[in-house]
Design a protein. Structure first.
Lengths: 398, 320
């Protein structure tokens, strides 16, 4: 065992140094910045375009007094509904040829007119590219209903705010669990692709024979896996610190202002890191095994697609535990080794019990060992063309 | 003139012992019952054409692959991995990380064998200086020439001062100067007590370096023993030039003698040189030149492994 660990340490140290000290690691650290940056840029451009673009309005052909009554009704609605979400109104004085005026208004693009409202207040008629039961028609109906009615004084309602209710907490924690799963999923997706190409590099450098002659082949797997884990945890720490700083600067109260998980933030973040490690080790061991079978970058690319799909399926399976934590599917996701870390992150957000996590981590660690051993044997069998035939019932004895 | 290997007596247990090693890859039998005994402190050559099973045999001895059947002992261990810290291995397909500095690559290979990294770097600096690569110690491998990179890998093979050094085709790809340096390095390691096993398809290297050889052909050991034993399987060669081409002396010349230019070339008859000389003198041959040569390892190889294997080796052999 000590030979295995010593070999794994030497390989892991080399891989970690080679990864972290390379210029490309800076791009790895900056990786999450790019979607945010592009999101910000294109979001800004989109918002700018949207603000420059005039919203379609309804042309109201009516006298000034009738229009004022309708406008006042609209104003009252803005107390409860955001102004931007209410249909805009613009008045036009009635002309002798009502039909010609309506036709001309509908063809006007400045301002862009969505529909023409005529005949208020007695016989309102709406003409335009709208659905009879659509939002615009319904909003106008509501405005017309209250336009000529004086608003009755509403009884004063006392409002007592509380931190949270069980209903809101359950929803918030579900959201926290889903966010945790998403982060784990995307991180693992990113890393597994990198890991797939790791052994190809080793094989194309022909160094694998030197390593295989010097240390047990399991050392190669364990060393590579943990080196990548260490590098990614370094990245995770950098991203977490940067993320916390951004949240603290944007949102008063920092993390405390986000929906709190059932375990509390320290426990939840600690378990997230552990489950990230387990998720990465489990899937990483599988991908390392697959990557070991590939000889070229092209083969790695071919293998990447089914691997990515497999991850998406596993993510979808694990997501059930965030949506319905007590369902049978959720329990199955927590037990199935490859989805267990993702499912348990959601549980950490929703339940304060610690013992299921201890059991789950032990269960996942067992599977990491099994997959690593299987992977090493497969590597020996298919790449080094060595060793006896693979028989799963003999794995425990070798 | 070829420098002959010193023949010594080796005491103590064999550094490597293999008995009836067999390796099957699917339906193909790559190695078929190879048995070897490599004395401690010797330089041992594995000779054979490409595809003979040399590399597979070495990989089995080192534990990189497991034999289908048969046993092996490496430095007293039945599991080769248990002797890994005392073994150095240079594979046929050289491999180094291109971005790694030369000294770090050497130290890394030492660390794989249990040498502390700091000590490995110190020794790497010394060895690189000794080999004229001191200025390249902190340069990435990708900046080194092929010969330099091969030297770096060889230094990585011996950095931890192994008792057993296994080199698979170590001379391939090296120019004549680097080949000579490598030969000297191998002799130096053997002088320091290490056992060196190397495979080659270049007979001249084996002839110059090895005390013992194994000739492998089609997965089987065709010969295993000392180089002089291999040679002694053939009778000496006589090269004769005479003033007369015919006469009674011709009766003493074997029927299978061949004409090479103005020389007659034939194996020395089993009766030895004296009856031949007497027949030549008494028969009026008029001897102008007479040489009795010991057969080289190449001739022995042809006799042992077969003409086809020898032709294949010669085709792959670089100019010496």
């Amino acid at each position: 065992m000590s030979k295995l660990l010593r070999g794994a340490f030497v390989i892991g140290r080399r891989d970690f140094s080679a990864t972290v000290l390379s210029k490309t690691f800076l791009f790895f650290l900056l990786g999450p910045m790019f979607p945010l940056m592009f999101g910000g840029i294109f979001g800004g451009i989109g918002a700018s375009v949207a603000s420059q673009r005039e919203k379609p309005v309804v042309a109201v052909v009516a006298s000034q007094s009738d229009f004022d009554a309708l406008s006042a009704a609209r104003m009252r609605l803005t107390d409860a509904i955001d102004d931007g979400k209410l249909v805009g109104l613009i008045r036009f004085a009635p002309e002798p040829d009502a039909a010609a005026q309506q036709k001309r208004l509908l063809a006007t693009s400045n301002p862009p007119i969505q529909a023409v409202l005529t005949g208020i207040p007695a016989h309102p008629s709406l003409t335009g590219a709208i659905h009879p039961d659509g939002t615009t028609a319904r909003q106008l109906q509501l405005m017309l209903a209250t336009a000529d009615v004086a608003p009755a004084p509403a009884p004063r309602m006392d409002v007592t705010p509380t931190d949270s209710t069980s209903g809101s907490l359950s929803k918030d924690r579900s959201i926290t669990g889903q966010i945790g799963q998403m982060i784990l999923f995307f991180l693992t997706l990113l890393l597994s692709t990198m890991l797939l190409s790791q052994l190809v590099e080793e094989k194309s450098n022909k160094i694998v024979e030197v390593v295989a002659a010097a240390v047990p082949i399991e050392s190669l797997f364990v060393g590579k896996l943990f080196a990548m884990l260490a590098a990614s945890i370094l990245g995770l720490l950098v991203w977490t610190a940067a993320g916390a700083a951004v949240i603290a600067s944007l949102k008063q109260g920092g993390l405390g202002a986000l929906p709190p998980p059932a375990m509390g933030w320290p426990g939840f973040l600690g378990l997230t890191v552990i489950y990230f490690a387990m998720n990465y080790l489990l899937l990483g061991a599988v991908f390392l095994t697959i990557g070991a079978q590939a000889s070229t970058v092209r083969e790695v690319q071919t293998l990447s697609m089914p691997v990515t799909f497999a991850q998406v399926v596993i993510f979808g399976f694990a997501a059930t535990s965030a949506v319905s934590p007590d369902s049978g599917a959720s329990l199955a996701a927590m037990i199935f080794p490859l989805s267990s870390p993702l499912a348990m992150v959601a549980r950490a957000a929703q339940s304060p019990d610690l013992w299921p996590h201890v059991a789950a981590i032990a269960w996942q660690a067992l599977w990491v060992a099994v997959i690593l051993r299987l992977g090493a044997r497969l590597f020996r069998k298919t790449v080094l063309k060595s060793g006896p035939g693979l028989k799963w019932w003999r794995l425990g004895r070798t | 003139m070829l420098r002959q290997a010193q023949h010594e007596r080796f005491e103590g247990p064999a550094a490597v012992e293999a008995t009836d090693l067999v390796k099957d890859f699917g339906e193909t039998r790559a190695v078929d019952g190879v048995s070897l005994s490599v004395p401690s402190g010797s330089i041992y050559g594995l000779l054979g054409p490409n595809g003979a099973g040399k590399t597979t045999t070495l990989r089995m001895l080192l534990g990189i692959i497991d034999p289908s059947s048969g046993t092996r002992h490496v430095l007293g261990h039945t599991r080769p991995i248990d002797a890994a810290s005392e073994v150095g291995y240079l594979p046929e397909e050289r491999g180094l990380y291109p971005a790694m500095h030369a000294r770090d690559a050497i130290a890394f290979m030492g660390a794989l064998r249990g040498l502390p990294l700091r000590e490995g770097r110190r020794r790497a600096d010394e060895l690189l200086k000794e080999h004229g690569l001191g200025d390249w110690a902190k340069k990435p491998i990708r900046n080194l020439s092929k010969g330099m990179a091969q030297t770096v890998q060889l230094l990585g093979t011996i950095i931890h001062k192994p008792r057993l050094i296994v080199l698979d085709e170590p001379f391939s790809g090296l120019d004549a100067i680097n080949q000579a340096r490598l030969e000297e390095r191998i002799r130096g390691e053997a002088r320091n007590g290490a056992t060196v096993i190397f495979s080659t398809h270049v007979i001249a290297h084996a002839e110059r370096l090895c005390e013992r050889i194994a000739i492998i052909a089609k997965g089987k050991v065709a010969f295993e023993g000392r180089v002089d034993e291999a040679r002694s399987r053939l009778r000496p060669i006589v090269r004769l030039r005479t003033r007369t081409s015919e006469g009674p002396w011709r009766a003493a010349i074997p029927a299978d003698a061949r004409q090479e230019g103005d020389h007659l070339v034939f194996e020395l008859p089993a009766t030895g040189p004296e009856p031949l000389l007497r027949a030549l003198l008494d028969g009026g041959a008029g001897i102008e030149a007479l040489a009795i040569e010991r057969p080289g390892l190449h001739d022995a190889f042809v006799a042992i492994a077969g003409e086809a294997a020898a032709v294949e080796m010669i085709q792959k052999e670089p100019e010496q």
